[in-house]
Design a protein around this ligand. Structure first.
Ligand code: AMP
Ligand code: ZN
Length: 133
């Protein structure tokens, strides 16, 4: 596996994902163990570990895509807001060492725990089709 990295393998199409958006710079797909309905990860295709080793130009391009995907999710799902999360280092809860931005839709004032919940594969498949750009 390239860079021994599961997200590189997803970007290369070696491991399947519930893809939502793709262009030359990024891939966006559903988190398989979501915090909330429509939880999406946006990754640059180029491997870097976290915020600090990612070139500014890449970050700017990725954040523009985060905005694009989040705007689309807000139209496609009945969510009222969303959180953007980006974890750096194990102490911060980073489990995959390929830089990524979480888009976590929020519904009304419903509280959520920022913890993974086992995703239902059929539900994720239908959701990806619903919010794909
Ligand atoms: P972090 O804790 O910020 O490193 O987030 C990593 C996220 O990747 C977690 O929310 C996982 O549920 C998610 N994840 C791990 N493997 C996969 C995968 N194969 N497809 C989609 N999401 C994944
Ligand atoms: Zn990687």
């Amino acid at each position: 596996m390239k860079n021994n990295c599961i997200f590189c393998a997803i970007a290369a199409g070696e491991i399947p994902s519930f893809k939502v958006y793709e262009d030359d710079v990024v891939l966006a797909y559903l988190d398989i163990n979501p915090f909330s309905k429509g939880h999406v990860l946006v990754i640059p295709k180029e491997h870097t570990e976290g915020l600090l080793d990612t070139p500014d130009a890449t970050l700017a391009a990725v954040v523009a895509r985060v905005k694009k995907v989040a705007a689309h999710i807000k139209d496609a799902l009945p969510c009222d807001g969303f959180n953007i999360l980006q974890n750096n280092g194990e102490a911060a809860g980073q489990t995959v060492k390929h830089v990524h931005f979480h888009i976590v839709p929020r519904y009304g004032m419903e509280p959520i725990s920022f913890e993974n919940h086992k995703g239902d594969m059929d539900e994720l498949k239908a959701l990806a089709e619903r919010i794909r750009l």
